[in-house]
Design a protein around this ligand. Structure first.
Ligand code: SAM
Ligand code: SF4
Length: 327
C-alpha cells in the first residue's frame, strides 16, 4: 500500500482505551467515558482486520492502548497474532506495571522480542504524581526483567515536562551509559484537554542541549528499519542510545509508514489528525474481504502529507486524546 509516495507496512493496533494509569499528559483532565464493551473490536475482529491488512502489505504490527495488558485474554490474542505468517515483526508499547518475569517469558516464548516501556522519572514519588499510581517499582522491575530475559531492543519512552521531570533529563539519559536501552524523549503533544499547560512543553533542541552540556557532543547513529520516527544518537562509549521523537519541532510525516486501528474499530491514517473511518461496522454487517480492503485503501488515500497539529490546536480544534486512539 502506498500513501502519497509513502509505502505503508506498519499497523498500530490499540486493543483497549482503558488504562490502569492516569498520566497527566495523556488522559483528559475532565471526566471522560470509556467505550462500552460492545463497541470495542473483539480479538477475533482485530485479527480479521489485521489479516486483511497483511494481504495489502502490512508486515509490522505494534500493540498499544490504553494499556494493552489490562485487557483480558491478551496473551491468547498475542499468540494468535503471532501465528499470522506474513507478520514479520510484532512489538508492544506498555507502561509495564502489569508485567513481571513470568509474563515477559511468555512473550519471548511467543517470539515477541521488542518492547517499549513508558517511564518518565526515576523518582517513585514523582512517578506517582505523573501517572497517578504508586507503581514505580513494578515498572522498574519489569524493565530489568525484560533486559535479563533478552528482550532487545528495550525502548524507554519519556515525555519531559517543564517543572515536572525536566530536572531528570540527565539522569534518565545516563541509563544509556550502563544499559543497552534506547531512551527516547518524545515531545509532548497537546491532545484533548490534558492537565499539562503549553508552557510545560519542552522541545528537543533544549533537551539535546542539556544532554550535551553534561555528556559531551552526541554522536548521530545511522537509522535502521525498526527505528520508527526516532532520530538516534549516542553518548561516546555508551551502551545504549538516546532517541528524539519530534512531532512538534520537526515533523516526520514524509517518512510515516503507519496506519492505526483504534479499539473502537476505526482506521486512522494519522495520529494527529481527526480523520478516521469505521471498519468495524461494515465487518459486523458482513462486508466481504474485498469491501474491507477497499475501506483500508480509501482510508490511506486520506493520509495527510503533514499533520498540522499546532495549527489545529491554535484554532481550538481538539485532537482526540491518546487513550482513545492508541499512542
Ligand atoms: N499505555 C502504554 C504506555 O504508556 O506505554 C501504551 C499507550 S501510550 C498512549 C503510548 C505512548 O504515548 C507512551 O509512551 C506515552 O508516553 C505517549 N504519550 C501519551 N500521551 C502523550 C502526549 N500527549 N504527548 C506525547 N506522548 C504521549
Ligand atoms: Fe495509560 Fe500509557 Fe496514557 Fe499513561 S501514557 S495514561 S500508561 S495509556
Amino acid at each position: 500500500m502506498i500513501a502519497g509516495n509513502r509505502p505503508i507496512n506498519y499497523l498500530r493496533i490499540s486493543v483497549t482505551d482503558r488504562c490502569n494509569f492516569r498520566c497527566m499528559y495523556c488522559v483528559p483532565s475532565s471526566p471522560f467515558a470509556v467505550i462500552p464493551h460492545n463497541k470495542i473490536a473483539s480479538y477475533e475482529e482485530i485479527l480479521k482486520i489485521t489479516r486483511i491488512a497483511c494481504e495489502l502489505g502490512i508486515t509490522k504490527v505494534r500493540i498499544t492502548g490504553g494499556e494493552p495488558f489490562v485487557r483480558k485474554g491478551i496473551f491468547s490474542f498475542l499468540e494468535r497474532l503471532c501465528n499470522i505468517e506474513s507478520l514479520k515483526d510484532i512489538s508492544i508499547t506498555t507502561n509495564g506495571a502489569l508485567l513481571n518475569r513470568k509474563k515477559i517469558k511468555k512473550l519471548t516464548a511467543l517470539g515477541i522480542r521488542r518492547l517499549n516501556f513508558s517511564l518518565d522519572t526515576l523518582d517513585p514519588v514523582k512517578f506517582a504524581r505523573i501517572t497517578g499510581r504508586n507503581r514505580f517499582q513494578h515498572v522498574e522491575n519489569a524493565i530489568f526483567a525484560a533486559h535479563e530475559l533478552g528482550i532487545s531492543p528495550i525502548k524507554i519512552n519519556t515525555v519531559i515536562l517543564r517543572g515536572i521531570n525536566d530536572d531528570e533529563i540527565e539522569d534518565i539519559t545516563a541509563l544509556t551509559l550502563s544499559y543497552p536501552f534506547q531512551v527516547r524523549f518524545i515531545e509532548y503533544m497537546p491532545m484533548g484537554d490534558s492537565a499539562v499547560e503549553k508552557q510545560q512543553q519542552i522541545l528537543t533542541g533544549e533537551i539535546k542541549e542539556r544532554i550535551e552540556s553534561r555528556f559531551g557532543k552526541l554522536v548521530s547513529i545511522k537509522r535502521t528499519t525498526n527505528d520508527g520516527p526516532a532520530k538516534k544518537f549516542q553518548i561516546e562509549n555508551a551502551m545504549g542510545i538516546v532517541g528524539f521523537i519530534t512531532p512538534i519541532s520537526s515533523h516526520f510525516c514524509s517518512e510515516c509508514n503507519r496506519l492505526r486501528l483504534t479499539s473502537r474499530g476505526t482506521l486512522r491514517p494519522c495520529l494527529l489528525n481527526n480523520y478516521e473511518k469505521n471498519i468495524l461496522n461494515p465487518l459486523r454487517n458482513d462486508a466481504s474481504d474485498d469491501e474491507l480492503k477497499q475501506i483500508i485503501t480509501n482510508t490511506l488515500s486520506k493520509k495527510p502529507s503533514f499533520h498540522g497539529l499546532m495549527d489545529q490546536v491554535g484554532k481550538g480544534v481538539p485532537i482526540s486524546h491518546m487513550t482513545s486512539i492508541g499512542g
